[in-house]
Design a protein around this ligand. Structure first.
Ligand SMILES: [Zn+2]
Ligand SMILES: [Zn+2]
Length: 364
């Protein structure tokens, strides 16, 4: 049975989202209908309609950081049942492809295959759902491989953020870099992602966590998350990487770029220590940008790692992060700075783009 659902819809670049009624087809075989209870606002959603990224598939329902409850399962669905609490995930975990069978990566082969199904419809036309999710809707229909079952006692208005910021940040430190106790870490960019890298580095036992951000208002929340030294690049005379090497006595053991700036990718490499410094790339520069490194900076034994959704396997490993939150090891309370209604979605994005919020969460 098709449903009528409310959703925030993007109709083009540099246009605010419109809250509208869409038709949603019921789940086909292998699909799941999820009632979304909460959804976080992420920069990746904003980049789909603020002109910063080339995107032309409209209308579009953004949203990829949600949490909700399974209402109905299509034929053949075995891993979740109606009533289960779930986090819909951007990267599928089919469990069978070479990537899913390997312990090395979370990048399921299915993520890179086109998935033409469009369960949302507007005026008889299929509507694109971002990441095949579209969590800015009261209900979504997704593949079984894109829902992660979580414990029912976890508060959905907080753990929704594990689906993107939490997995990306905590995962980059714990699963990608495997930060070791007693080490020195530099985090570039202290927004929702960077704050979660700090959380991950802290629980991994890093002795010193240096947070870098041009917005001094980020210092307080960053220190609460575990930053021991705050560096504002605007207050540094000369080369930022040189300054970071100096205050770390030769370079950081690990660095994390969480902004998506080609220049900061370079700084993230250069600020690490000769011999074993590891730079982890988390932010997403423009597809047309190119990144330059001095050949010697790599020859000198540094490593560069890419990290997509924190290298966390989205169905088998993500529940571990929910457990860490429930055990009080990682905080999401500091991250979720605003709770809003679906009708306030555009105001939520203004808070995000002006740097006044870490995360706003829509409550349905
Ligand atoms: Zn995101
Ligand atoms: Zn797979």
């Amino acid at each position: 049975m098709p449903l009528t659902v409310r959703a925030a819809v993007a109709h083009g670049q540099k246009r605010p989202l419109a809250v509208e009624s869409l038709r949603l087809e019921g789940p086909l075989a292998g699909e799941v209908l999820v009632e979304i209870r909460a959804s976080g606002l992420c920069h990746s959603d904003l980049s789909l309609f603020d002109g910063s990224r080339a995107w032309d598939d409209y209308p579009l329902v953004p949203g990829h950081e949600g949490a909700g409850v399974v209402l109905e399962c299509g034929a053949g669905v075995t891993s979740v049942a109606p009533g289960d609490h779930v986090i819909p995930v951007a990267i599928p975990e089919c469990g069978e492809c070479p990537a899913c069978r390997s312990a090395r990566t979370n990048l399921c082969d299915d993520y890179f295959r086109p998935h033409p199904r469009r369960p949302f419809q507007l005026d008889g036309r299929g509507v694109r759902a971002f990441c095949e999710l579209g969590t800015f809707a009261s209900h979504i229909v997704v593949r079984e491989s894109q829902v992660c079952r979580i414990r029912p006692d976890a508060p959905l208005d907080l753990v929704c953020c594990i689906g993107c910021a939490g997995a990306t940040g905590v995962g980059a430190a714990v699963f990608t870099a495997r930060v070791e106790a007693g080490t020195t870490v530099v985090v570039f960019g202290l927004g929702g992602i960077g704050t979660n890298v700090v959380e991950g580095a802290r629980i991994a036992g890093a002795a010193r966590i240096i947070g870098v951000d041009t917005n001094p208002a980020k210092e307080r929340s960053a220190r609460a998350a575990g930053v021991t030294d705050f560096v504002n690049p605007k207050a540094v005379a000369g080369d930022l990487a040189g300054h970071l090497r100096e205050i770390t006595g030769g370079g950081a053991d690990y660095s994390f770029e969480c902004v998506g700036s080609a220049e900061l990718w370079r700084q993230a490499v250069e600020c690490t220590r000769i011999g074993w410094g590891t730079a982890v790339m988390v932010g997403v520069p423009n597809g047309t940008d190119s990144v330059g490194f001095r050949p010697r900076s790599i020859l000198e034994g540094r490593r560069i790692l890419g990290s997509y959704l924190g290298n966390v396997k989205t169905r088998s490993e993500l529940p571990q992060l929910v457990d860490w939150f429930m055990e009080g090891r990682i905080s999401l309370d500091r991250l979720v700075s605003h709770r809003i209604t679906l009708d306030q979605v555009n105001e939520g994005f203004e808070l995000l783009s002006s740097g006044r919020s870490l995360r706003s969460v829509i409550l349905f």
